[in-house]
Design a protein. Structure first.
Length: 389
């Protein structure tokens, strides 16, 4: 029996699944209680959406006396989005979908004279229209609104105008709540993802260095680890996009209140760590080639390999220092004098090893020269010249 078969045949345990989910909920609740973070942002956003729906219900049902005050709180609830800009875009799309749904339902009922005929006439084109990219994920509200309109039997001209007006009221309330009550500013995610990328880059280099010291060329593990850095880099780019969008259409005074204490790292840091990720990817590929006897018959070994491992450990230390600085745990990423001296000694040893390999043939020189060049590129990116003092 294979391991995959064992996993497939493993019995489902509801109690274990519930315990795991309860543990996840407990960790999220503790994280929201401890301080700012994604969990607390989620709580705030959920409470804002609920408050917008309650406010819309009060305005439409209590103050305006609407006995069917459903559209306003419904629209207000779904329009409290992750950013003010996305709330505005979703409001436009949803209002357009609701207008299409109510108007087409009313026309279909007038033409067919029966609810069933109106459903058959209006719903198929509305579902097809929901796939139009301009509507985004709001297109389906056209079909659901048509069904709601026909189910209630209120499909006259005045009812259509009333329903659209209620939707517009809910959109205004949802937008106002999202824009003026603790507006969402997603700046913290950029710093956290950038710090995580630096930390994980250091972890990969330290893993490679440790394996080289022990003579374990686990190239598959190195490749998986470097591929994970690519996923982290995409998460960073996504967070940067959310950061830019969250600042759009947000009032300047409220933006200042919601900003984190530390400024957002500049976008140049994203580019720099993107290059670091690329260098690590190239490094692991070169090591995979060096481990392949059919492609690289003369791979580095002995003192040269130990020196190279030491060089990667120094670069890993620089990555970890940068991660701590981004999280506010350190002020400088410049290595101390001892680390710089060790760096120069290791480079000297590797240069001597390169000359020694040159006398043994072109293959060893090519492999070691490539690895040395990539390590030097990593050092220059993780400890930029301007930060070396």
């Amino acid at each position: 029996m294979t391991r995959v078969t064992e996993v497939v045949r493993r019995p489902f345990r509801p109690a274990h699944a519930l315990q795991r989910e309860a543990g996840a909920v407990g960790r999220a609740a503790r994280a929201a209680w401890r301080g700012p973070g994604r969990e607390r942002d989620l709580v705030v956003q959920s409470l804002k959406a609920s408050g917008a729906a309650i406010l819309a219900w009060l305005v439409a049902g209590e103050w305006m006396g609407d006995p069917m005050a459903l559209m306003a709180p419904w629209v207000a609830l779904v329009l409290v989005q992750a950013t003010v800009y996305s709330s505005l875009m979703q409001a436009v799309r949803q209002l357009a979908a609701i207008c299409c749904g109510t108007v087409l339902a009313a026309v279909a009922l007038a033409v067919t004279g029966s609810t069933l005929g109106a459903v058959a006439l209006s719903v198929p084109p509305l579902v097809l229209l929901a796939n139009w990219p301009r509507f985004g994920d709001q297109g389906i509200y056209g079909a659901t609104t048509a069904l709601f309109t026909l189910a209630t039997g209120a499909a006259g001209a005045s009812s259509v105008g009333h329903r659209v007006g209620q939707a517009a009221l809910g959109a205004v309330i949802g937008l106002a709540v999202n824009a003026f009550v603790l507006p969402p500013i997603h700046l913290r995610d950029v710093r956290e993802n950038l710090a995580a990328l630096a930390r994980e880059a250091g972890d990969v280099l330290r893993t490679v260095a440790g394996d080289l010291r022990e003579g374990e060329w686990d190239t598959r593990r190195w490749s998986r680890a470097s591929a994970h850095l690519e996923h982290r880099l995409r998460a960073l780019r996504s967070a940067r996009g959310w950061s830019r969008e969250s600042l759009r259409l947000t009032a300047a005074p409220l933006r200042a209140v919601r900003r984190p204490p530390a400024p957002v790292p500049p976008e140049e840091d994203d580019d720099r760590w993107s290059r670091v990720t690329g260098h690590i990817r190239a490094l692991t590929r070169s090591l995979a080639v060096a481990a392949d006897d059919d492609r690289a018959p003369t791979s580095p070994s002995g003192p040269v390999l130990q020196a190279y491992a030491g060089l990667l450990e120094l670069i890993a230390d620089a990555c970890h220092a940068e991660s701590q600085r981004l999280l506010g745990a350190g002020d400088d990423v410049r290595p101390d004098d001892g680390a710089e001296e060790t760096m120069r000694e290791l480079l000297g040893q590797l240069q001597d090893g390169l000359r020694e390999h040159a006398g043994q043939g072109a293959d060893g020189t090519t492999v070691l020269g490539t690895l040395l060049l990539q390590a030097e590129n990593l050092w220059s990116e993780t400890v930029p010249t301007g930060k070396k003092g």
